[in-house]
Ligand binder design. Sequence first.
Ligand code: ADP
Ligand code: MG
Length: 720
Amino acid sequence: MPTPVTGGSGSSLDSLSLASVPGVGPRTLAKLAKINIRTVADALCTLPLRYEDRRRLRPADDIAFGETGLFRATVVSRPQQSGRASGRPVKQGPVQVLVEDAGTKVVLKWFHGVPYLMREFVPGRQLLVFGTMKNFAGLRQIDHPEVEFVETSAAANTPFDLSASSRFGEILPIYPLTEGLAQSTAQSIWRKVAQRYVDAVVDAIPLAILQRHGLVKLSSALRQLHLPVEDDPALLEREDHPARRSLIFDELFFLELALALRCRGRQKEQGYAFQVTHRYTRALAALLPYRLTAAQRRVLGEIKRDMMAESPMRRLVQGDVGSGKTVVAIMAALIAIENGTQAALLAPTEVLAAQHFLKVRPWMEAMGLRAALLTGSVRSGERAALLEDLAAGRIHLLVGTHALLEETVRFARLGLAIIDEQHRFGVLQRGVLQDKGEHPDVLVMTATPVPRTLALTLYGDLALSVIDEIPPGRGSIITRAVGEERRADVYRLIRREVAKGRQAFVVYPLIESSEKIHLQSAEENFVALRDEIFPDLRVRLLHGRLTSAEKEEVMRAFRSHEIDILAATTVVEVGIDLPHATVMVVENADRFGLSQLHQLRGRVGRGTDDSFCLLMVSEACGEIGRERLRIMERSADGFSVAEADLRLRGPGELLGLRQHGVANLRLADLRRDGALLETAREEAFQLAQRPDFDSHPALKAVRETVQRRWGHLLQLADIG
Ligand code: ADP
Ligand code: MG
């Protein structure tokens, strides 16, 4: 687990358990573990939420209602206890006592009996009171104040030395808590941790870099935040406090440095330097019923340049749904094939792999080339023959699912690996495909547009191409969030479209109904749709539990227009390309992520007709859910949808980022820290390019830190 804090070269605070801190017993450890705080480093990068300034003694009447403060007071009268009337035992009734500071009277109140206090509150005694002032029926009152009796004979108006106090006189950091862990316990643990270990923190980033951006050393930032001495502690709470910015920078810098080192490593690798002969690419262009868009041509140009270079290509092609990424990828495959190598195209689902294969095979055959499809459902005899042909180089383009990644799949000479809808694959899986060749070129494609800040962290070592143009002649898509009361209208619309010879999708979030979550189940609803609502239309069901053969059969029937309405689970989410489908109804749309909804919407609007995307709002949908669906109504392009999704849900939700390591960023918030990320990236890439990066003694700490925190990323086959 990478953390922003590191120990010396041998001993690492990353792995040092909090058990090593005196006074932290097994029960406390267990409570902390619940909020993922296990090591010294975990504790150090769990920052205070806010600070309580307990240093300044103020007159009681200076403390406004709602404000928290410290004042000195004198007990006016003996405590009074209520509660008898309610029949509760005396000791449990609320207790209140009147105190006074320079004529300002304040009621102190405890709701659960605090019997020992009863004895202490003797009129005339002086005490320090800390708490939040409230207005109770015109009187000043503090509930559950913290008090400390002052054993002094000093008159109330002489200055009081707070340093003699055991509870006051300092700034107290307030930490995020877990159940059963008192704030005072947390404070004492964190104080011990900070006092003992802050000096062991390695300040790895060169000082010059920090100074350029007004940042401070890691150790100093941690000391400032955990052992505060700042004049105005409110400043420490601010996001732009240099100490906080420094910690975030530290975190981002090492992530970007890891990415930079991966890029650097790759530049040294010897890949294929392909030549663009145009032999097959021209032939394909002649076969296509359309011309490539300007954006497709530009991106293809970028790909060609990479493929001609000696270092292996690592390029990400982003393009909104329907922008025509497939044909660009196939052009790239043909370049690899022109040069006597093979190409592989990896797709996330069988349905999508089959669709790609069906589209590509006639093109390949027309050029005298051979494409093959490999999925989990290819039977063993056929499979053995296919694998033999592949290993012998008789297959030029292999299209398939995860089945491509199996060990028995061997290429004669894999020149290009293409990964479609890459966000569906983990980093490891991509590495496996790549390792089937010798430094093959790699092209990854995604229709999930990623905001720039995320792209820099996720795919920071990939070159980025964007197909930012939709082929001409497409109809528009009208998106509406629809309440239950208008369901009949939705069915009418489907009927009208089907009567015009079009097709519709109805998508459900789950396959079976669960007792707990009353989501509409695809199976039940499908039956109702087929037998009651549209008995005269051809309705079929597609879901993930069908065998591959069954899925293929349903898709084939839909493609050849033997089906009017396809009820489906999210199997249809990615890639499916059917020009006659003009209606997409998403049930319980508020249960889907925005990017997912955008993908679903992309299944329609592929022909010249106008299309409809109807997002059914479930009854349980709250205001936030509705707001999200309104974003869908407003934004037609994937980038604005993704930006909005990022703002609403954070990066973790957006792409299932757990696989990518971005979830390991603890302090940085990509929604907020974009500028700092860019700075960190620039500095990190510059540092990695230094010829003496691997040898300079002053950079030893940087090298060790990046290795310790992101070693797993550096070891991975180098593909973002
Ligand atoms: P995506 O980028 O979502 O993967 P596809 O590659 O599936 O999109 O392409 C969507 C549709 O657009 C396909 O039917 C494809 O044949 C068509 N297409 C691709 N490029 C063009 C173009 N330049 N002009 C017209 N249609 C195109
Ligand atoms: Mg696609």
